[in-house]
Ligand binder design. Structure first.
Ligand code: GLN
Length: 233
C-alpha cells in the first residue's frame, strides 16, 4: 500500500485546527508544525490565515523563517490569507518582509475596515462550479508574474493562484461551504456541508510531488489520489 503523504499545518497562530480537519476530510494526513524538526517530517505545508506581522515575529522567534523559506522554494506550500502575504515576493500597504516564493504583489487589508469580513461566491476553474469564499481582513493580489496560474477570481481579481509548488488564496478555504448561505438554517449548520475542493486540490499537489520524489529515475506515472479520481469522473 502507498503511504499517505503527510501535510503539515503551521500551528503558530490562526485556525490551524480547521485546516487539519479539512485535510482529514479529504483523506490527507495532517501534522501540526511548530519547529524546524517537525517541518522536515512533512511532505507539504499549509500556512493559515492570521496576522502576517505576528507570523513574521513568531517565525523569527522560533528560528523557522529560514527553514520555511527553504521548504517553500521546492515543496508544496499553501498560504491562505496572511499565509498568502507571507509567500508573495512583494507586499504593499505597508511594505514588509516575506518568504518571496510567489511571483506576485499583494496589498494587505485591501478591502478596508468597512468590509472587515465578507462571504462571496466567485468563479473557479476547480471542478464543481462557483466557490464560496470567506474573506477576513483580506489582502488583494494586484500583480502576478507570467508563471502564475489563476484558479479562482473575485470581481476579476485573482483570489486563488498557483505557481509550480506554491498555492495561495486570499480567502479562508477552511471556511467554505457548499450551497448558499440561505440554504442553511442557523449558524450551527456551518460545518455540516463543507466545500473541500481547495484542500483536495492541495492534497493532490502534495501527493503528486511525493510520487515524483519516489519515482524520480523511473518512468512510472504518478497515481491519482482515489477520492479525487472518483470526483472527477
Ligand atoms: N489582515 C491580515 C494581514 O495583513 C490577514 C488577515 C487574515 O489572514 N485573515 O496579515
Amino acid at each position: 500500500m502507498q503511504p499517505i503523504p503527510i501535510v503539515g499545518v503551521l500551528a503558530l497562530q490562526g485556525d490551524y485546527e480547521s485546516h487539519a480537519r479539512a485535510l482529514e476530510q479529504v483523506n490527507a494526513q495532517p501534522k501540526m508544525v511548530r519547529t524546524a524538526a517537525e517541518l522536515e517530517q512533512v511532505d507539504g505545508l499549509i500556512i493559515p490565515g492570521g496576522e502576517s506581522t505576528t507570523f513574521l515575529k513568531l517565525l523569527e522567534r522560533e528560528g523557522l523563517f529560514a527553514p520555511l523559506e527553504k521548504f517553500a522554494r521546492t515543496r508544496p506550500t499553501f498560504g491562505t490569507c496572511a499565509g498568502c502575504i507571507l509567500l508573495a515576493k512583494r507586499v504593499t500597504h505597508p511594505e514588509q518582509e516575506s518568504l518571496g516564493v510567489l511571483d506576485a504583489t499583494v496589498e494587505r487589508n485591501a478591502y478596508g475596515r468597512q468590509i472587515d469580513s465578507q462571504i462571496v461566491t466567485g468563479e473557479t476553474s476547480l471542478p464543481g462550479g462557483p466557490l464560496e469564499m470567506v474573506f477576513i481582513r483580506a489582502p488583494r493580489l494586484t500583480e502576478l508574474g507570467s508563471g502564475v496560474e489563476v484558479l479562482a477570481t473575485r470581481d476579476h481579481y485573482p483570489v486563488l493562484v498557483r505557481q509550480n509548488n506554491i498555492l495561495a488564496a486570499t480567502f479562508h478555504p477552511e471556511l467554505s461551504h457548499a450551497g448558499s448561505v440561505t440554504e442553511r438554517d442557523s449558524p450551527d449548520d456551518l460545518g455540516l456541508n463543507p466545500d473541500r475542493r481547495v484542500h483536495q486540490y492541495f492534497a493532490q499537489m502534495v501527493f503528486d510531488a511525493s510520487q515524483q520524489v519516489k519515482n524520480s529515475g523511473s518512468s512510472t506515472e504518478p497515481r491519482r489520489v482515489q477520492i479525487l479520481a472518483a470526483e472527477r469522473e
